[in-house]
Design a binder for this molecule. Structure first.
Ligand code: PLP
Length: 451
């Protein structure tokens, strides 16, 4: 029996990434409140949101300070654009703030409404950069299989999810994909470091195959998120950086998930010692309180784009939306005040990690991994061989996800990999609760999967 909201929803709402037909039969779960790391549904069920919404709710739900800042901005100037030689205080302040907190060479931001349009913008910007330098043939973007870079035409093309490519005739031309550094799933008998090097060198092979005069950039998430929290072996990133430097290929770090403290530094580029030319941001920038994203450029790129490229023919009505900028400024202030990246690096990160990695002892878990506050559990029917389940891939993962919901925990299933990315403000008690619930849910899934 659907309630009024479920009826409206089932009658008229097409959901993203959802089998809406199946959902409509069942009725969507109605979430109506959030506080700290918890959300409540309309039945009064309280759930620890170990996914921070969609990776974004870094500072936790219910921060009235952010609402107040947005309210004040909306009363003063709810909207104005940043086209045609105008600006306003919140966008200028936010651009300056981002320059201060980003890696040293990165000092300029183009604003978008989210991560997908940040990646669209990135694609046009890097091609514009090379064309401005008289190298218009450098336009291929190399990305990775199983990457997620958004759902717009360019975002989904940059992404390496074949099930997305199959809808809508993607990828668009001049985007190509190499293998991912997914050691658990694809490393075979190699050590993680051997495998990391192998996958990094695919980049070099691809550049040589295409010709370096054809390649504009390599884009990657420092830690692949939606692909299943794929944490690269230590050998991977230094080799990728070396290859990008050697062949003059721009390195684009898609930090839409990893930006603003998730891996224990403000940017995962710092965690992995990367020197990106471009960083794409969204999500935790405003902690999801309002939609905002951006493309951050190094001085080298910005100089060419601003001073040599002429006008960049690109922009969104909501590029630098005042209320969204006000939300982001308040979120960044809170992150500073509460020293959240440091809390992740030196306190809650190691605390949760120690307990999370022990879940690998569970008979259903083939590997547990975590960096900062993003982690994964690989479910398997046979730990020794890392075998796949006899039932269709993803069946056990979905079962586990449902057990999570029923037991007051939000985890996400990527196939048969369970992933988490809890709010950065998670306390020790809440971390204990997360582990206790995850353990209970693994027990339930183990019993059910055996049947
Ligand atoms: N890039 C990465 C790495 C993401 O994880 C996502 C979303 O999950 C995006 C881009 C797309 O961002 P948005 O959903 O804000 O368009």
């Amino acid at each position: 029996q659907h309630n009024a909201i479920q009826l409206q929803d089932a009658g008229h709402h097409i959901h993203p990434f959802t089998d809406t037909k199946a959902l409509n039969k069942k009725g969507a779960r109605v979430i109506n409140r959030g506080e700290g790391v918890y959300v409540w549904d309309d039945q009064g069920n309280k759930m620890l949101d170990a996914m921070a919404g969609l990776w974004c709710m870094a500072i936790g739900y219910g921060r009235t300070e952010v609402a107040d800042a947005v309210h004040a901005q909306m009363q003063e100037l709810p909207y104005y654009n940043t086209f045609f030689q105008t600006t306003h205080k919140p966008v200028a302040e936010l651009a300056k703030k981002l320059a201060e907190i980003s890696p040293e060479a990165i000092n300029h931001t183009f604003f978008t409404s989210g991560g997908s349009d940040a990646n669209d913008t990135m694609l046009r910007l890097v091609r514009h950069y090379w064309a401005s330098l008289g190298k218009p043939s450098k336009k291929v973007i190399i990305s990775r299989k199983n990457a997620y870079h958004g759902s717009t035409v360019a975002g989904a093309s940059l992404g390496g999810m074949t099930f997305m490519h199959e809808q809508g005739d993607l990828p668009i031309p001049n985007i190509t994909h190499i293998g991912q550094p997914y050691w658990y799933g694809e490393g075979g008998d190699l050590t993680p470091d051997e495998f990391g090097l192998l996958r990094a060198r695919e980049l070099e092979e691809k550049i040589l195959e295409l010709g370096e005069d054809k390649v504009a950039a390599f884009i990657a998430e420092p830690v692949q998120g939606a692909g299943g929290v794929i944490i690269p072996p230590d050998s991977y990133w230094p080799e990728v950086q070396r290859i990008c430097d050697k062949y003059e290929i721009l390195l684009v770090a898609d930090e839409v998930i990893t930006g603003f403290g998730r891996t224990g530094e403000r940017f995962a580029s710092e965690t992995y010692d990367l020197k990106p030319d471009v960083i794409c941001i969204a999500k935790a920038l405003s902690s999801g309180y309002l939609p905002i994203g951006g493309v951050m450029l190094s001085d080298r790129l910005a100089d060419v784009v601003i001073n040599q490229g002429g006008e960049f023919e690109h922009g969104y009505t909501y590029s630098g939306h005042p209320a969204a900028c006000a939300a982001a400024l308040k979120v960044l202030e809170i992150m500073d005040r509460e020293d959240l990246p440091n809390y992740v690096k030196n306190d809650i990160g190691p605390y949760l990690q120690e307990r999370w990695l022990k879940l690998a002892d569970h008979p259903l878990v083939g590997e547990a991994r975590m960096v900062g506050l993003m982690g994964a559990l690989e479910l398997t029917p046979d730990k020794a061989t890392r075998a796949k389940f006899a039932v269709k891939a993803g069946t056990v993962g979905l079962m586990c996800r449902e057990f999570c919901f029923d037991n007051g925990l939000v985890m996400r299933a990527v196939g048969d990999t369970m992933i988490i990315s809890p709010p950065l403000v998670l306390s020790h008690d809440e971390a204990d609760e997360l582990i206790a619930k995850a353990t209970a849910v693994l027990d339930l899934t183990y019993a059910a999967a055996k049947e």
